[in-house]
Design a protein around this ligand. Structure first.
Ligand SMILES: O=C(O)CCC(=O)C(=O)O
Ligand SMILES: [Fe+2]
Length: 273
């Protein structure tokens, strides 16, 4: 039997949403954004998308180029680019899910990353992955590390690249991959969202259309202790860092740890010229 993805309405209570997430690792929440938020996000991001080329300008590792896609536009730094984004960060359902899954393991959680992901025609399917694997060095059994939501800013269809997900895979051994019959696409209308745990297998779908762009925006929260004690990015001015030895720049955090610590979805070393 093909897997199915549970669907809830945006008015669902958070306890129900958390129950389904615990069981399936992923769930579609219909009308998660208000029409005003949807319009606001698209309005804020249209201009930036129009001047952003697809692909990754400064990959931190070779694998990143294929993983992020060569016909896909990705934009981060969203809290500074859209006021509506900061409103969505505070969505009661999103914060409720973060409270439920993360607060048992930390004093408070942190914004991990948010990306606008616009998949263009011809893009191939992204490799299925668990976002939490960026913290693969944490020994098992590990607590919930990350919760996320992918908001559809255009309709998500099977043909235009709706996110692929393997419901239940958050409970699998970490090396188990999904068979095609275990994968379902999160088809949904613009304004709906796929809520998912960082431990569930998922990935962007292939865009098999001639001219449709699939516009999504995800954001996630992580355990608040996934950081250094000193916030060197604020305590050591960028201007001062520029003239320091490269190794010191790296130790201060300007070298990404694989996909962690990126800026403009790529290497922060580019900020240093
Ligand atoms: O674009 C999508 O639907 C998913 C993207 C994703 O999972 C990622 O880049 O980590
Ligand atoms: Fe992902």
């Amino acid at each position: 039997m093909a897997p199915s993805l549970a669907r809830l309405d945006g008015t669902a209570d958070c306890a129900t949403l958390c129950e389904v997430l615990s069981r399936d690792g992923a769930v579609v929440v219909e009308d998660a954004l208000t029409p005003t938020q949807l319009k606001g996000l698209n309005g804020d991001l249209d201009r930036i998308i129009a001047v952003t080329p697809p692909g990754v300008a400064h990959p931190t590792e070779d694998d990143m180029v294929a993983f992020f896609g060569q016909s896909t536009i990705r934009i981060d730094g969203l809290p500074a680019k859209s006021e509506t984004f900061t409103e969505v960060m505070l969505s009661p359902l999103l914060c409720g899910v973060a409270d439920h899954f993360l607060l048992p393991h930390c004093h408070d959680y942190l914004f991990n990353t948010g990306q606008l992901i616009e998949i263009g025609p011809g893009e191939t399917a992204q490799r299925l992955h668990r976002d939490e694997d960026v913290w693969r060095h944490l020994p098992a059994p590990k607590p919930h590390v990350e919760i996320e939501a992918m908001f559809a800013l255009s309709d998500f269809t099977a043909a235009n690249g709706a996110t692929q997900v393997a419901p239940g895979s958050h409970l699998w051994p970490s090396d188990r991959e999904a068979e095609p019959a275990e994968i379902v696409q999160a088809e949904m209308k613009a304004g709906s969202a796929l809520f998912y745990l960082g431990s569930v297998l998922h990935g962007g779908g292939a865009n098999r259309t001639d001219n449709e762009r699939r516009r999504g925006m995800f954001l996630g929260y992580v355990l608040g202790w996934l950081r250094t004690e000193e916030n060197s990015f604020l305590s050591v001015p960028l201007e001062a860092v520029r003239s320091m030895p490269v190794r010191v720049q790296e130790l201060l955090g300007y070298k990404a740890h694989r996909a962690m610590g990126v800026v403009d979805v790529g290497s922060p070393m580019k900020l240093l010229g």
